[in-house]
Design a protein. Structure first.
Length: 279
């Protein structure tokens, strides 16, 4: 999703927990799979970057495309209604007027470029291009959150990728404009820590489709709480070691899924849900 096909190694390292990457991902992931990634030294900035070897947008599919496929194939929704649609779930008590509902309906039908497609060569002054670019930003943040283990991350983490992903400077204001898709929680650090959630991914505080790493972390966390209530200091640690094994296996499964997505062929919904390039 980066404009240049690369991200600063340090930025990925800071967000490695959210993405389910091991602490030694630089060696166990990046250097281990040279067919997918390579490390690049930028002499002008003295920074190290992770770069994708083969940047072909046809080889990856966004998470939202899988949701649309479900809407189209299983729920029988009209192709034009679902082609560029995002799942919108407004918070309880949110009043939706007639004109706002119409505006949302029109926005859902606006075509846009995939976060994995290049956007050079387009006239950024065009109103049509600006509409598509705004929706592309929504798609980019949606995809970024979809790649995380818990479908959430702090806004401060997202800001680190702002330049690479062409995200707006006033990111919080932008997210609040799309609160049917994202939820921004303000907690900790005297109200300065913002966590961004993907609304469609959670229901009643739980992931709709929990992954193995998420479940393993929850299991370890619950055991930690139970351990705090133990009076006996000579605890049997074998069960906890099993949980660490579960986390390692889950991290490996998470990584395998990433690599499969990079190396796989993009799913299409048929000619009715064809590429944006047809426009």
């Amino acid at each position: 999703m980066s404009n240049s096909g690369r991200l600063r190694l340090e930025h990925v390292r800071i967000a490695r927990y959210e993405f389910g990457l091991p602490d030694d991902f630089e060696h166990s992931v990046v250097l281990k799979y040279p067919q997918f990634f390579r490390l690049v030294d930028a002499l002008e900035t003295r920074n190290k970057y992770i770069e994708v070897v083969d940047r072909d947008p046809r080889l990856v599919a966004c998470a939202i495309e899988k949701v649309r496929e479900l809407e189209y194939r299983e729920k029988g929704m009209d192709a034009e209604d679902v082609r560029f649609k995002f799942m919108v779930n407004f918070p309880p008590g949110f009043k939706i007027g007639k004109y706002y509902r119409i505006a949302v309906w029109k926005w859902q039908r606006v075509p846009y470029w995939s976060p994995y497609e290049g956007i050079s060569g387009y006239d950024s002054r065009s109103i049509e291009t600006q509409k598509r670019m705004e929706k592309r930003v929504v798609a980019s943040i949606h995809e970024l959150l979809s790649l995380t283990v818990e479908k959430k991350t702090t806004m401060e983490r997202i800001v680190r990728f702002r330049m690479a992903m062409n995200l707006p400077k006033k990111l919080k204001d932008f997210l609040l404009q799309h609160q049917g898709i994202f939820y921004v929680s303000t907690r900790g650090n005297h109200g300065k820590l913002h966590t961004v959630f993907l609304r469609e991914a959670s229901r009643k505080g739980e992931l709709v489709e929990p992954n193995d790493l998420y479940l393993a972390r929850r299991k370890l966390g619950e055991n930690g709480k139970d351990g705090e209530r133990e009076d006996d200091l000579n605890l049997d640690l074998s069960y906890e070691e099993d949980n660490f094994d579960d986390i390692e296996k889950a991290e490996e499964a998470q990584l395998t899924g990433w690599l499969h997505n990079i190396g796989g062929i993009r799913n299409h919904f048929g000619s009715q849900l064809g590429s944006i390039n047809n426009y």
